[in-house]
Design a protein. Structure first.
Lengths: 443, 68
């Protein structure tokens, strides 16, 4: 657990082509701790400006019997290339192959990783072509813009109801009172699930779900997470059975009904897809709303501009995604030796594509640290990813954020942060990053 | 207008299909864009224009209508 030994290897001429392959610089391990998940941008910025690729150890809060080191890509052009590189695999179960292949006993924390990986293994997010192409195509057809547009009035009705409940209060927690229930209820409406039941398994769909193929360090947390995953899987199996018998017009019923060339999704594929849609939609949207509101209320003049011209809202949400979106990055597995801007990444390594770093890359964006609701961008930010795994729910998430943030501005012109530094981070800091409470004064 | 899809640029994000499924689809083979209709009119044209804007790879463009 040492400092920056080796950093000089790659710091010199990171972009020098033809100078032979360099080795990735080792980042200071100690820097990826609590502070990183509170504000990752200082470290990500240093890494990005130092060299194109670093090895970073994400041991903080993890069981280190499972490899916690990642080759981290931080620059926009490299991230775009990596997100479309077929040599970088999305197959999550590779992370646990070593554990299960050993055949020996696994610890409860390792088992939590195996179970959370199995929850999604083989879903559209965690497979490569050709299976990915088939699963993705089915989802793309089911997840149409028209379906999202049909949901819009429902989204606004839920938002209004959630703010109505705050009547008479000066202080609210935006995360618990608005963002979480809104995101949960919308995904449940889309899929046709019971939101109170899904909420019981929140550890599996929230902080425990997206640990980037890490095992949690805390045994109590791991045991709780396994129970939540078991419960969620059982509920999903039951719901699919019910919808087979009685289709209900929701997205899940539609996908169950698809029988393209006699080849619909298998039972297992249906279960993984359902789990994926809940996990991909729920916590991410909570933190889009949370991080976006924080960015806005920390820049009161920007909030004022948005109040004065609500037509700026859709573009402002794009700006929030670039400035501080919920996804720090995505994990991939190198199927072959490869080279990123002259730095060698060996086959069998885990690669972390830090979209949050790329979204503030000065090679790509003028004044990348500036948050401005009137800014419009010629190129896409990477907050929803890029390439074949691009977020299918991008439009839905944006519609929810527009509703939650737009309504806050409209109904509570005096809304402001109760403290410059909002509440605690979730128990298990994850690559879907946001705070677990945001206290606001409304009046 | 005529829609042109550049399959070299397409990254298979599927945003166009999400936006206007009557004009765009994704291929079974490679997951990349397929045009179902390259000269959409009315609501389809409106949707197709929005799809142009939503494409993260900038793989879609407009060209002058071909003479019939």
């Amino acid at each position: 657990v040492t400092g920056t030994a080796g950093a000089a290897d790659a710091a010199g001429a990171p972009d020098a082509a033809g100078a032979g392959c360099q080795h990735a610089a080792e980042a200071a391990v100690a820097e990826v701790g609590h502070g990183f998940f509170r504000d990752p941008y200082p470290l990500l910025g240093r890494l990005r400006e130092d060299a194109p690729v670093h090895i970073v150890d994400f041991a903080y809060g993890r069981d280190t019997s499972v490899d916690t080191r990642r080759y981290v890509i931080t620059r926009y052009a490299d991230a775009v290339a990596a997100l479309t590189d077929p040599r970088l695999s999305s197959e999550a179960e590779r992370a646990v192959a070593g554990l299960t292949a050993d055949g020996g006993d696994v610890t409860v924390t390792q088992r939590a990783l195996i179970r959370s990986s199995q929850l999604l293994a083989g879903s559209a997010a965690t497979v490569d072509p050709p299976d990915h192409t088939r699963l993705r195509r089915m989802l793309v057809r089911a997840f149409s813009a028209k379906r999202v547009e049909r949901l819009r009035p429902g989204i606004q009705a839920i938002t209004d109801e959630l703010y109505d409940r705050q009547a008479g209060r000066d202080e609210i927690d935006l995360v618990a009172d608005v963002a979480k229930p809104l995101s949960l209820r919308v995904v449940c409406e889309l899929l046709g699930l019971d939101h109170e039941t899904v909420e019981q398994f929140r550890l599996a769909t929230g902080e425990g779900s997206v640990t980037g193929m890490f095992a949690p360090a805390d045994e109590g947390f791991a045991a709780e997470l396994i129970r939540a995953i078991d419960g969620l899987e059982a509920y999903i199996a039951q719901v699919i059975e019910e919808k087979r018998a009685r289709p209900a017009g929701d997205l899940l019923s539609d996908v169950i009904a698809v029988r393209e060339d006699g080849r619909g999704l298998s039972e297992v594929e249906l279960r993984k897809m359902t789990a994926l849609l809940i996990l991909a939609a729920y916590e991410t949207t909570v933190h889009l709303i949370g991080n976006g509101t924080l960015a806005l209320l920390r820049h009161p003049q920007q909030a004022e501009r948005l109040r004065a011209d609500p037509g700026l809202l859709p573009g402002a949400i794009v700006g929030m995604m670039r400035y501080d979106g919920p996804a720090l990055g995505l994990t991939r597995y190198a199927l072959e030796d490869l080279e990123v801007s002259g730095v060698a990444i060996p086959r069998g390594s885990y690669v972390f594509i830090a979209m949050a770093a790329a979204n503030r890359d000065p090679r790509q964006w003028a004044c990348p640290e500036r948050f401005d609701v009137t800014r419009r961008f010629a190129d896409p930010h990477l907050g929803f990813g890029y390439g074949p795994h691009y977020c299918l729910g991008a439009r839905l998430a944006s519609a929810e954020a527009e509703s939650a943030i737009g309504t806050l501005l409209r109904r509570y012109p005096r809304a402001r942060l109760a403290a410059a530094d909002p509440g605690a981070l979730p128990r298990q800091a994850s690559f879907v990053r946001g705070v677990s409470e945001i206290t606001l004064h409304l009046t | 207008v005529r829609i042109v899809a550049d399959r070299e640029r397409c990254i298979g994000s599927g945003q166009c299909v999400l936006t206007e499924p009557s004009v765009f689809d994704v291929s079974d083979e490679d997951g990349l864009v397929v045009l179902l209709s390259d000269q959409p009119e009315g609501d389809q044209e409106k949707g197709a224009r929005e799809a142009l804007r939503s494409c993260p790879a900038r793989a879609l463009s407009l060209a002058p209508e071909e003479p019939r």
